[in-house]
Structures are given as structure tokens and as C-alpha cells.
Design a protein around this ligand. Structure first.
Ligand code: SAM
Length: 512
């Protein structure tokens, strides 16, 4: 870690750290995918430079640095406590391609260098207007010509509702200094309002109830930082874009691509927005009005970069494709999306994707497999399949990636997970898989996953697990009985090991 400020300033994040997590929507592959769809040629993510502004303890960029050892990562934050946490993890992983800098965003200078991807999550709305402009200025100055910046922020109209509740909570807690007491009192006010404002025939009551339900589920630290920070300045989307334009940046898209598609609305909304909007900015703004949107994750590029908005089947050809959607309703209640098709080639393609999920398949290879399996070879079948994949992506039931998988989906003789996962499992319940998703582990899985360093076969893993039981680190029950030794314990553990390994393989956790 490089200390670049003479006197580290204590921030509210030093007092109450922000919840640790990674954000798949900020991943460079997501940014590169959307840029490629819109006709840009973004830098390959296995050989790129990434800057994260307000990286906190690095929980978002450290996993990226682990997955892409040839790429360089720089994180900047003001909280020395958060950065020290991150540095500890970096040291234990021995990472050489990441640097966490203790630096005020206001003081970033040219010598930080240029980047292919810049991420600013959870900072824009909580900063002064000066800081907000500085973030945009940094994106302009530090982004390579084909670079992509990600900025998330709170938006209107949704934050008019939320802001009203925030004002009431701030008023109620203004004399309180201790974060725990502030959170507790703010919650008490919410409960008081939820219990006493009638919902019948009252738009105010209904609105309060739905916001209160949402806020109740938040942890104290999330609640304090996202709602009760001194600064919280939402903007309308069009205002955000106007300010980005002032810094010679333009709108590329949203990290959540499905939200950009008007056809995901009803026919009437879709047609009305098309009639009144005229351009992409107005279209997005009207969609926010319809949705009462509260939050955006906007991607920006240099103003001079040509952006090709018209998407067609050809757009998906450069990608690796993945989907777990089913092609028929088998009556099970598994929550998997269903793609309705009677076309044999499309059905073969989607069935194959579901079979190999979470692995992705190069579009060209998918065409070959689907033709073989369906025994068809129509003149426009590749285009038809590409069109279906684009629709599935636009409705959020299919993934497109610029990179080949960095995980394997079969269980090898000596199974292995990343060093990061083994380190994360020592300290927390959630680990990051190879595609940046958080995977929740129970106590037994947490201990088991730490053994998966590629040196043990299943028999050796079993012996280690037996030892953990004997040392009373984990407990195994069968039909209400605690198993402590003998063949019954081994049998139960063998079953559990197979189950966990298969679950890890299906969760993009295994590496080869
Ligand atoms: C809400 S947290 C977001 C952390 C992380 N990006 C996330 O979304 O989980 C805001 C972070 O911004 C940092 N921060 C606030 N003002 C800053 C500034 N002027 N320069 C650098 N970091 C700043 C805080 O220390 C804190 O870690």
C-alpha cells in the first residue's frame, strides 16, 4: 500500500466499515461485453489496466486481480482501516498485480496513469458536487481512448420517496453521535411510522410501508452509509448525462443491459416511449419515470468514440454464450427461466447450454453442436440462433462474455479452488467464484473448501474431514444422531464430499 497523504483523515468508513462484497455488474468483462455490443473495440480483459475509485477494502478488485494475473489493478480510497484490511488479503495471496493507494480522489494526479476500465461504485451520490465532477474529470483524463467507465448513483424520481424518509430519519437522529445508536433510533422511527400510518386509502401509508420493508432488511452498516450519510445527492439520469457530456464523456449503456430494452415493458409503454423520446437519453429517462427508478449503473466512454446502437444477430457472434434456461416446462418448481421454441436447432442449442452451464460456449462452436444434435443445417440457422441469443440476453436469461471460462465444471482427481476462495473461506461465509459472483457457504463447506488446493484426492479429503470431526471443528448428524467415528461417519462424509464438489463445479468455483 502506498501512503500518499501526509495525515490520514479519519472517515465514517474508518468508524463503521462498509459491508464486504464484490459487484459482478462492475466486472471488466461486463463492461467489455456491452462496449463490444455497441461496436467498440475494448481492451481484452486478461491484459488490461483497471482503476477502482473508492475501492474500500478492495473486495471488488482483489478477486479480479486473482482471476486475471496479466492485468494490472489500482484501487484508491480514503479509509486507511479499509485499505489495511485489503492489503492483508493481498499479502496473504502474494498478489503482485494490484496496488491499493491511500489517496483522496480530489488529489489524484496525472501520474496515476491511464486505464482501460474505471469503476466508481457507491461514491458518486455520497460526494459533494465538486467530488462528483472530479470523478467525471478523472474518467475523462485517465481513460484510454477505447476505455469504459462505470459510475453508479442514486436517481430520481425514485429517490424523492426515499429521500423523504431519509430526511425524517436524519431529523430524528441529529443529536446522536454513536453509529449503532443512530441506526437503532432510525429503525425505531421507521417502525413507529410503519405501525401507525394507515395504509388504507393512503398513498403515503402504502409508500412508507414498502420503503420500510426494504430498509428493515439492511444491515446497520449498509443502512448508515447508504441512507444516513451526511451527503446523499441523487440526480435525474438526464442531469447525470449532461454533466458527463460537460466532461467530454458520452453514454454507452447500463451495466444491467436488460434495463435498456423498452420491449421488456408492455406494448403500450414501449410504443409511447418510442413516440415521445427520439433519442437514447430521453428513452432511458422516460423508462426511469415509468419504473420510479432509484439507482443506476451507467457506462461512459469518450465523447469522440463512435457508438453503434443498432443491434442485430451479428452482434452476438464474437461472444462466449451461456444459459441455464430450459426449453420446456417440466413442471418442476426450480425457478429456471423457460425459452419457448419448437425449432429443433434452437432447442438443441439451448439444451446444450443448460447441460454445460455454468460453462460458456463460443458462438461458432454452439452453432456446430446445435446442427449436429438437431441433424439440421438450414441456410440462415446461425443468424436465427444469434437472434434468439440476443433476445435471451436482452431479457436477462443468457450471459455473453468476451473471455473464455477460467473455471472448470468437472471434478478432477485432486480438486482445486482459487487461493482467494481458500483465504476468503477462512474469514467469511461468502466467497467469490471465477465470474465474480458471491457464493454463500455453510460451516462444513467453509472448512471443506479450504482443503481444495489441488494436492488431495477424495480419499485424502475424506481423512481430513474425519479429522475435523474428531477435533470437533465440524459436526455431522444423521437422522438426528451425532456421528463421531466409524464407517457411518465416513459414509456420510463421502456423500457430503461428493455433494459439495458437484455443487462447487456448478458454481464456477473449481479451477484446473
Ligand atoms: C459507500 S463506500 C463504497 C465502497 C465500495 N465502492 C462499495 O460500493 O462497496 C464509499 C467509499 O468511498 C471512500 N471515499 C469517500 N470519499 C473519498 C475520497 N474523497 N477519496 C477516496 N475515497 C473516498 C470511503 O472511504 C468509502 O470506502
Amino acid at each position: 500500500m502506498t501512503a500518499t497523504t501526509a495525515e490520514p483523515k479519519l472517515t465514517s468508513y474508518d468508524e463503521v466499515p462498509y459491508p464486504r462484497q464484490a459487484f459482478p455488474q462492475t466486472h471488466p468483462d461486463r463492461l467489455a461485453t456491452i462496449a463490444t455490443l455497441f461496436g467498440l473495440k475494448p481492451q481484452a480483459i486478461d491484459n488490461c489496466r483497471v482503476l477502482e475509485l473508492a475501492c474500500a477494502c478492495g473486495d471488488n478488485i482483489i478477486p479480479m486481480a486473482c482471476t486475471f494475473p496479466q492485468s494490472q489493478f489500482v484501487g484508491v480510497d480514503l479509509s486507511s482501516r479499509e485499505l489495511a484490511e485489503g492489503q492483508k488479503l493481498i499479502d496473504s495471496l502474494g498478489l503482485k498485480n494490484i496496488e491499493l493507494k491511500h489517496l483522496d480522489i480530489m488529489h489524484i494526479s496525472e501520474d496515476l496513469g491511464k486505464f482501460d476500465y474505471i469503476i466508481a461504485h457507491g461514491i458518486f451520490s455520497w460526494g459533494s458536487e465538486e467530488l462528483q465532477d472530479r470523478l467525471l474529470e478523472i474518467c475523462r483524463k485517465h481513460l484510454n481512448p477505447n476505455g469504459v467507465a462505470y459510475i453508479s448513483y442514486n436517481t430520481y424520481p425514485g429517490w424523492h420517496y426515499r429521500g423523504m424518509i431519509r430526511d425524517m430519519m436524519l431529523y430524528h437522529t441529529k443529536e446522536l453521535k454513536q453509529p449503532a445508536e443512530r441506526a437503532q433510533q432510525a429503525r425505531a422511527l421507521l417502525d413507529f411510522l410503519a405501525n401507525n400510518v394507515p395504509t388504507e386509502n393512503s398513498a403515503y401509508g402504502i409508500m412508507l410501508q414498502s420503503e420500510v420493508q426494504l430498509l428493515r432488511q439492511m444491515t446497520d452498516s449498509y443502512f448508515l452509509h447508504d441512507h444516513l450519510e451526511e451527503m446523499n445527492k441523487p440526480v435525474y439520469f438526464h442531469q447525470f448525462i449532461e454533466r458527463a457530456n460537460n466532461h467530454q464523456l458520452q453514454f454507452l449503456g447500463e451495466a444491467d443491459f436488460a434495463t435498456m430494452i423498452t420491449s421488456n415493458f408492455s406494448k403500450e409503454v414501449n410504443e409511447t416511449i418510442a413516440r415521445i423520446s427520439g433519442d437514447i437519453i430521453r428513452t432511458e429517462q422516460y423508462m426511469d419515470f415509468v419504473r420510479n427508478r432509484t439507482f443506476r449503473q451507467t457506462l461512459l466512454v469518450h465523447a469522440e468514440t463512435p457508438v453503434r446502437r443498432a443491434l442485430g444477430p451479428l452482434s452476438v457472434m464474437p461472444f462466449n454464450v451461456g444459459s441455464r434456461a430450459k426449453t420446456s416446462n417440466d413442471g418442476s418448481n426450480d425457478g429456471l427461466p423457460i425459452i419457448n421454441t419448437t425449432d429443433p436447432m434452437l432447442k438443441a442449442a439451448f439444451d446444450y447450454l443448460a447441460e454445460v452451464w455454468p460453462a460458456t460456449v463460443k458462438f461458432g462452436d454452439l452453432v456446430k453442436v446445435a446442427r449436429e444434435r438437431s441433424n439440421t443445417n438450414g441456410p440462415n440457422d446461425a443468424e436465427l440462433l444469434a437472434g434468439s441469443i440476443l433476445s435471451a440476453y436482452a431479457s436477462g436469461v443468457c450471459v455473453l462474455r468476451t473471455q473464455q471460462d477460467t473455471f472448470i465444471t468437472r471434478v478432477t482427481e485432486k480438486p482445486q479452488v482459487s487461493h482467494l476462495v481458500r483465504e476468503q473461506a477462512k474469514i467469511q461465509e461468502r466467497v467469490n467464484n471465477q465470474v465474480h459472483d458471491a457464493i454463500q457457504l455453510d460451516v462444513v463447506s467453509r472448512h471443506f473448501i479450504q482443503l481444495l488446493d489441488g494436492t488431495r484426492d477424495k480419499d485424502q479429503l475424506l481423512e481430513e474431514m474425519v479429522k475435523l470431526v474428531k477435533d470437533d471443528v465440524i459436526r455431522v448428524h444423521q437422522d438426528g444422531t451425532l456421528l463421531q467415528d466409524g464407517e457411518q461417519l465416513r459414509g456420510a462424509l463421502r456423500q457430503s464430499i461428493d455433494f459439495m464438489l458437484n455443487a462447487f463445479a456448478k458454481s464456477a468455483l473449481l479451477v484446473g
